[in-house]
Design a protein around this ligand. Structure first.
Ligand code: CA
Length: 229
């Protein structure tokens, strides 16, 4: 069955464009033009993911997200916020609202689809794939192999886990502290610069065969797996 995505956006041309692109990528699409309609639609038929615009009439996207999180039946429903705001502080605030991810307009269809698949996959572990992909990068979790543009990449165990974490959250920025917690474990007594050392090794390994740098350094914030813009 096709995954159902609820698009909550008041700009009709953008809704049309999103519907066209998402349907072409194998999703079913439902629509809501404001927050109230979105909440009604979710109550009626729960989607697999919600694409939620930040700027909506009546009830803001942020408020819709909070209400989705408050209701027991939708607490874990994947939500991606769409926004025109670009700075990293807003990005973090968006995630604090309970959104699973955050995407800044204008965005590419491939980026949107990658993030949608990632949030849906995380919400439905039974549908977990054995291969994680981003851009020309792929990680086979069963065979424990990584390749870029079909060329094998050899990673140490820490770099492997680091990349695996980034591949589960494409485009999302993580602070050094968050990476230490999630990749090394909460009990690890390590210094922040340990993260920098392993990021450097990972970046070197990923870029060895040429190609764009896929690890974005966000000054005084952290790192993301992202096409450097
Ligand atoms: Ca809007």
């Amino acid at each position: 069955m096709k995954p159902l995505v609820l698009v909550v956006e008041d700009e009709a041309p953008l809704v049309t464009l999103l519907r066209y692109n998402l349907e072409r990528e194998g999703f079913a699409v439902s629509e809501a033009a404001d927050g109230e309609e979105a909440l009604l639609s979710i109550a009626e038929r729960k989607p697999d993911a919600v694409l939620l615009d930040w700027m909506l009439p009546v009830v803001s996207g942020l408020e819709v997200c909070r209400r989705i999180r408050r209701a027991a039946s939708t607490r874990v429903l994947p939500v991606i916020m769409l926004t025109a705001r670009t700075d990293e502080a807003d990005r973090v605030r968006g995630l604090d609202s309970g959104a699973d991810d955050y995407i800044v307009k204008p965005f590419s269809t491939s980026e949107l689809v990658a993030r949608l698949r990632a949030v849906i996959r995380r919400a439905q572990p039974s549908m977990a794939e054995d291969v994680l992909r981003y851009a020309d990068l792929s990680m086979d979790l069963t065979a424990h192999r990584v390749s870029r543009a079909d060329q094998p990449i050899h990673l140490g165990p820490t770099e492997f886990r680091l990349l695996q974490h980034f591949l589960r959250y494409p485009g999302r920025v993580f602070s050094r502290e968050q990476l230490l917690d999630r990749v090394w474990g909460e009990d690890a007594e390590l210094e922040m610069r340990t993260v920098d050392v392993h990021i450097r090794r990972l970046r070197k390994a990923l870029n060895e065969g040429g190609g764009d740098d896929l690890l974005r350094t966000v000054r005084s914030v952290g790192y993301a797996l992202d096409r450097v813009r």
